[in-house]
Design a protein around this ligand. Structure first.
Ligand SMILES: [Zn+2]
Length: 614
């Protein structure tokens, strides 16, 4: 006798209690810890390991055995910490109203702070040894040689560390580092006065960030979108001199750090840690600028299809086709497995496990954390949190998080603990690649022109938004930093002019000018919080486009799959540029970046074709 499978679909606009959702749609955390008793035992074990690690202080220079012992102790402690942290943290995210679990989660955070303090001696003590001595040990001791990259990269980072007096001064100055972005945060959240507007239909709307975005994406009346856009940007224009002063603070701070530590430029300073040549960012920008034609082609198409006389930045988010298909989770799971067939049966089986073995927490429930993520639980397997609501976005989010999870899985099973994690510079490659494969499958299976058009627009918007917009941002940051590096003044007017020029250079005359668009820089939190960060989304996108070219072509597929899977298995065992080069991606070449423009051009051509026949 077979037990009937209990299916479940969420009711729109209702928020069930967690108990109402059948267990097969919730994750099973027992792969991390059987229960809270086991968790407590592991917690105590980490606690004891922290004390034991402290006693190793002062022993590293005795010889390779002591150094190896310390590395292994650190790994064991780290691996166990993953389980202790994620068991509490994932359980908390199921229902964040649970105070008892929240307390346990905070207990782990306190434990980690202790772990950090107890291990603070390690890097300075290792770095105090002559690199030649350590290299000699690495050459003569195979077990220690595993840690070669970890050690070499630590010494590499050390190149720009100052003498004791210098570091002391830097640590005093460090207290000012967060002032520009703390002030920015205060101005844009705590002290922000959101404007209100009256829509054409007489309705009054307060433009919070969420409301503003929703209005641009759904409101079919151009005058309403214009009113929202203008009111929203006017609130930034009203304080533009303050925003410019804060951004000047960011630029001056970055230039101070670069010069104090002996870097030629702020970009050099930002890229040194991951050992990325500055030519990668310069090439990204230059090659994207020569590849703006498909972006402009897309906007010309949008302008025509929307039938608007003027086409401005507030017309960019509106869907071209209305098609409200629902995608039940029970069907989509099989599609996600099918979509990765080009990566081979072994990879496909692993993806299937995620569904069968309850790695995914699918639906929203009362108290659950919002959004989506993939959690890399070392020693167990990756877990995925979703708030699956049957929309197209939710389907692609699932494919995206599955990409992260497979990266984690392959890296964890192939690498020693020390290299199991990977940097952001490669992290978004598998997630966007899984999305690209999924799109291919969905397009193949789509049954109507409307559905194909919606899918194509989804893919195009993600290239326009994730790739081109992020490169434009990177371009802005680089030019703004160069102003201070060349002793040029930074005022609201300089920044406005810079931004307006970039809009013209990327969009040409396809988008009509809108005076308030010049202040857009003031509302981009990344500029103030994490300079030289967003370009990595774009380089990941370019890497994926390049890899997909070889994966789609039958002649190159087999080799491309092997190279790609070895990139995932490599985890963080080398610098990202080296790992990507081994997978066949050279980000210093213009062709790699122009793969995105080529992909966009193909997609826009297909969309034009579908729309012409609707
Ligand atoms: Zn991601």
């Amino acid at each position: 006798m077979t037990t009937p499978v209990e299916t479940y679909r969420p009711e729109p606009r209702s928020l069930p209690a967690r108990e109402a959702i059948p267990p097969r749609y919730t994750w099973d955390l027992t792969a991390i810890c059987r229960d809270w008793d086991e968790w407590k035992r592991q917690y105590d074990e980490v606690n004891a390991a922290i004390d034991a690690f402290k006693s190793r202080q002062g022993t590293l220079s005795r010889g390779p055995a002591e150094l190896l012992g310390a590395f292994r102790a650190m790994d064991a402690m780290g691996a166990l910490s993953y389980r202790v942290w994620y068991f509490a943290s994932l359980a908390y995210d199921q229902d964040q109203r649970n105070n008892e679990i929240n307390a346990r989660r905070q207990q782990v955070q306190i434990l980690f702070a202790r772990e950090q303090q107890a291990g603070a001696w390690f890097n300075p003590e290792l770095l105090a040894m002559p690199l030649e001595t350590v290299r000699g040990w690495l050459d003569s001791n195979d077990e220690l040689a595993v840690y070669r990259f970890a050690i070499e990269s630590l010494f590499h980072e050390q190149e720009h560390v100052l003498d004791e007096q210098g570091e002391r001064l830097m640590s005093f100055a460090g207290r000012f580092n967060s002032v520009p972005h703390d002030s920015y945060a205060a101005l844009t959240t705590a002290d922000m006065k959101f404007p209100s507007i009256t829509l054409a239909g007489g309705e009054r709307v307060m433009l919070s960030y969420g409301q503003y975005r929703a209005l641009l994406e759904t409101n079919r009346k151009q005058e309403d979108r214009a009113a929202a856009y203008r009111a929203f940007h006017q609130s930034f224009a009203d304080n533009q001199n303050t925003y410019a002063a804060l951004y000047n603070g960011v630029l001056q701070r970055d230039w101070f750090h670069a010069r104090a530590r002996g870097y030629a430029t702020t970009l050099d300073a930002a890229l040194h840690g991951n050992s990325i040549p500055t030519s990668v960012v310069e090439n990204l920008i230059a090659a994207t600028r020569t590849g703006v034609a498909p972006l402009q082609r897309y906007h010309r198409l949008r302008r025509r299809v929307l039938g608007v006389e003027t086409y401005r930045l507030f017309d960019l988010a509106l869907p071209l086709v209305q098609h409200d298909a629902r995608y039940p989770y029970d069907e989509v799971g099989d599609w996600v497995v099918d979509s990765v067939a080009p990566l081979g049966p072994a990879y496909q089986r692993q993806v299937g496990r995620a569904f069968r073995e309850n790695w995914i927490d699918v639906y929203e429930n009362a108290g659950k954390r919002s959004g989506a993520y993939s959690a890399p639980v070392y020693g167990a397997h990756p877990y995925m949190l979703l708030n699956y609501n049957e929309t197209l976005d939710a389907v692609f989010t699932l494919a995206h998080e599955m990409g992260h999870s497979m990266h984690t899985l392959l890296s964890h099973e192939s690498q020693p603990f020390v290299y199991a994690g990977y940097t952001i510079f490669v992290a978004e490659v598998p997630s966007t690649l899984n999305e690209a494969l999924f799109l291919d499958l969905m397009l193949e299976r789509a049954t109507s022109r409307e559905e194909r058009a919606v899918l194509l627009q989804h893919a195009i918007d993600s290239i326009a938004g994730t790739f081109y917009t992020q490169v434009l941002f990177a371009d802005f940051e680089l030019q703004a930093h160069r102003l201070v590096e060349q002793d040029q003044p930074v005022t609201a007017e300089t920044l406005n002019e810079l931004y307006a020029r970039l809009l013209r250079e990327y969009y040409g005359d396809v988008i009509d000018e809108e005076p308030l668009s010049r202040v857009t820089w003031a509302r981009i939190p990344h500029f103030f919080n994490s300079p030289y960060y967003v370009y990595q989304y774009a380089t990941c996108f370019a890497s994926t486009a390049r890899l997909m070219q070889d994966l789609r072509a039958p002649a190159t597929r087999e080799q491309a799959v092997a190279r790609y899977l070895s990139l995932l298995r490599a985890g963080g065992s080398d610098y990202p540029m080296t790992l990507l080069a081994r997978a066949g991606v050279d980000l210093s070449r213009p062709e790699t970046v122009s793969a995105v423009a080529a992909e966009l051009d193909t997609l826009v051509g297909r969309l034009e074709h579908e729309l012409a026949q609707l």
